[in-house]
Design a protein around this ligand. Structure first.
Ligand code: NAD
Length: 360
């Protein structure tokens, strides 16, 4: 039995029992997959989206939002930096399916696809320094495959690009017209240049193949489902604070970031996806804070006084970062709604709920 949307051998089993992923990671066993019911009704137009990196921090929130909006979602992820736990609550939802696959390999998606959202890529400095070649491959071959899928299906394509395309910026705040200041042979270049290549490739597919593309430049985003020690400031500070450890700050802590809560980011992504704008469009919260201010806020919200330790600042770490969101305001009517105090409090609450008793 087979239909064009849900071929046999293609879906995860509808179970969330602990450890179900382990045997599948060791080797793909076709008999462990089974059909799920098709939620699309005859005569009803159902939008179908493919999300690469769907088991990651942002990807999982995006899948959840799309499902809430009645969109069918096929998530691809090889779990390099993501987790099956991020999508465990989605597996039973009608219209959701997950494919464990490296998107640098050909993407085979039977049936119609209306939207392709390319979010697969290590994103934290710790992750992309640990996986430099994988980062460049997913930014290049992965983007090529995702664009190829969008072209073949006539789908709208959304590339998750980044404020890192601006590098260590010499223009502040950063508008989309700024070309950036990136060291092409520095340690961060594997990420920055992969994303810049992805933007160029996306633009070429738009101009040469006529694919309906959009590019979003995401500024630092945080929230539930970030890994405790993925190297990004907010989850690292919260984890350290809850464990009673000193918060580690790189350099003097006077470098700035503009941090966006995940629900705000997802709203901006969805608005861009459903528009006909090509971008690039900055999506981020323009309220700029020093890393030291963020650390003090985490200490206050966790009620910890474990102190702060200064560590060496990584090479090419940007000094300042703040999006100019004029374009997002004008084109999408979007701006962030959740302030840092509220967003970090929500994130602390989520981390507390995950932490073993005794470290709360
Ligand atoms: P994340 O690491 O949590 O998620 C990335 C996901 O991509 C992971 O689940 C990982 O397993 C998957 N992945 C990586 N390589 C893959 C491959 N070859 N095939 C299949 N899956 C692969 O990171 P995130 O913060 O959720 O970032 C998601 C996207 O958003 C990334 O493209 C990132 O560059 C972009 N972005 C994020 C931020 C941010 O602040 N979170 C800022 C700018 C851009």
């Amino acid at each position: 039995m087979q239909d064009r949307h849900h071929p046999v051998g293609w879906h995860r089993p509808l179970t969330t029992s602990p450890g179900w992923l382990q045997p599948l990671r060791a080797g793909r066993i076709a008999s462990r997959y089974r059909l799920v019911p098709d939620v699309g009704s005859v005569g009803v137009c159902v939008v179908r989206a493919v999300v690469t990196g769907g088991a990651g921090f942002l990807g999982s929130h995006l899948c959840e939002r799309l499902l809430d909006d009645g969109v069918q979602v096929v998530a691809f992820d090889n779990l390099l930096t993501g987790s099956s736990g991020n999508i465990a609550h989605l597996l039973d939802r009608p219209g959701f399916s997950f494919v464990e696959q490296d998107v640098t390999e050909h993407l085979d998606v039977p049936g119609d696809v209306d939207q392709v959202l390319h979010f697969a890529s290590p994103a934290s400095p710790v992750d992309y320094l640990e996986h430099p070649i994988e980062t460049m491959k997913v930014g290049s071959l992965g983007t090529l495959n995702a664009l190829g899928l969008a072209k073949a299906k006539g789908a709208r394509f959304l590339l998750a690009s980044t404020s890192e395309t601006y590098g260590d910026p010499q223009v502040h705040p950063q508008p989309e017209t700024y070309w950036g200041h990136v060291n092409p042979v520095g340690p961060r270049s594997v990420y920055d240049e992969a994303k810049r290549f992805g933007e160029a490739l996306t633009t070429a597919y738009r101009s040469f193949h006529g694919v309906d593309t959009a590019i979003v430049r995401i500024f630092n985003t945080y929230g539930p489902r970030m890994r405790p020690r993925d190297g990004r400031a907010i989850p690292t500070f919260i984890t350290q604070a809850l464990a009673g450890e000193p918060l580690t700050i790189a350099g003097d802590g006077l470098q700035t970031r503009s941090v966006c809560y995940v629900s705000d980011l997802v709203e901006g992504l969805v608005r861009l996806l459903r528009s006909d704008h090509a971008g690039p469009v900055n999506i981020g919260n323009p309220v700029e804070m020093t890393i030291l201010e963020i650390a003090h806020l985490v200490q206050e919200l966790t009620g910890t006084d474990s102190g702060i330790t200064m560590v060496e600042r990584p090479q090419d770490d940007p000094h300042v970062r703040r999006p100019d969101i004029t374009l997002a305001r004008e084109l999408l009517g979007w701006e962030a709604q959740v302030g840092a105090r509220e967003g970090i409090a929500r994130t602390v609450a989520w981390f507390r709920a995950q932490a073993p008793a005794g470290v709360r």
